[in-house]
Design a protein around this ligand. Structure first.
Ligand code: HPA
Ligand code: ZN
Length: 346
């Protein structure tokens, strides 16, 4: 751990905004803001179920993961053309770059959209083209992680993987998202075996609402390298020891956990306890258009609620780069920029 000098509490929000970071858990369809959703509906000649942006935003009150997924799925219906996927991704990357995200690993799924009659090619080409354009325009690095929808079958996940293979070079890894309870990771063990053979990096949502057993099986059966959410790990000391020993990153999303009632109050969030235990936690936004903020909002609100300090900020930013799927030389360059930022700040 580097020697991080104290930063006065009133300067901490500024440090959180300015520090370089990576975002490793953000579903691109969850970045679709109501304003853009209405614009795309109009462009595509589609009716919206809500009269205006304000009415739509008022509907963003959730009881749990499933109640969110139902609304989130509705929102994806406005996405029809490659340009729609491009515009959505560009809008996210503009926001991320403004939050000093140097590198984003973006979750997407094709099954939602192929279920509406779109082709996987259209989806992937739109997303990829935006990643290339954003790099040229903003300097931000972005890569794509294809998530299988766990409420669908193993066979459908295999089809999804097959459809993505012509785009192998545009996708860094695969993940597992959607309704967790009743759909344990091991349901997809053979698909993940195949993805591993194909050289994809592996992640999975586990322990958002589901039990620690789902995190164990994501690690031991799917052999993932990071756990998305993983907050339920705090109920299992042996699992915590495993995460620490193997330096498995958790991509934690505090505002998501609050809005989906995984925690009742940010002051009760386990982020600080994870760091104290030596877990490689990171902070991310999950579905920022739905959960009340982008990555910097997740940092500022959880730091305020938990009384975290510059030492925690440095550790979280460092973890985000360490846990990213970039080459060692790129990682080292990101870490240098992080160190420069902290040195300049104190
Ligand atoms: N969990 C599971 N699936 C998701 C999520 C999430 O938080 N966001 C978008 N799809
Ligand atoms: Zn997620």
């Amino acid at each position: 751990m580097h020697d991080i000098k104290p930063v006065a509490a009133e300067r901490l929000p500024d440090l959180l905004r300015k520090m370089p970071k990576a975002e490793l858990h953000m579903h691109i369809e969850g970045s679709l803001e109501p304003e853009l959703m209405f614009a795309l509906a109009q462009r595509n000649g589609l009716a919206m179920d809500y009269p205006d942006v304000a009415a739509l935003r008022r509907a963003y009150v959730f009881d749990d993961l499933q109640s969110f997924l139902d609304i989130y799925h509705q929102g994806t219906l406005v996405l029809r053309t490659e340009q729609d996927f491009f515009d959505m991704t560009m809008a996210y990357l503009e926001r991320a770059a403004a939050d000093q995200v140097l590198h984003a690993e973006i979750f997407f799924d094709t099954q939602t959209h192929t279920g509406h009659g779109l082709s996987a090619d259209l989806v992937i080409n739109g997303l990829h083209r935006a990643c290339v354009a954003a790099h040229a325009k903003l300097g931000i690095d972005a890569s794509l992680i294809l998530c299988f929808l766990r409420h669908l079958t193993e066979r459908e996940a295999f089809e999804c993987l097959e459809q993505a293979l012509p785009h192998r070079d545009k996708i860094v890894g695969v993940g597992l998202a959607s309704s967790e309870m009743g759909h344990p990771p091991e349901k997809f063990s053979r698909v993940f075996d195949r993805a591993r053979e194909l050289g994809f990096r592996l992640v999975a949502h586990a322990g958002e609402e589901g039990p620690p057993a789902y995190i164990w099986s994501a690690l031991d059966v799917l052999k993932v390298e990071r756990i998305d959410h993983g907050v339920q790990a705090m109920r299992d000391p042996a699992l915590i020891a495993r995460l620490v020993k193997d330096r498995i990153a958790l991509t934690v999303c505090p505002l998501s956990n609050l809005k989906l009632r995984v925690v009742q109050d940010l002051a009760q969030h386990s982020l600080g306890r994870m760091l104290e235990a030596g877990v490689m936690a990171t902070v991310n936004s999950d579905d920022p258009a739905y959960f009340g903020g982008y990555i910097n909002e997740n940092f500022s609100q959880s730091f305020a609620a938990l009384g975290l300090t510059a030492v925690h900020a440095y550790q979280l930013a460092r973890n985000s780069f360490e846990a990213s799927f970039v080459d060692a030389s790129v990682k080292a360059a990101y870490l240098d920029r992080l160190d420069e930022c902290f040195e300049a700040f104190v």
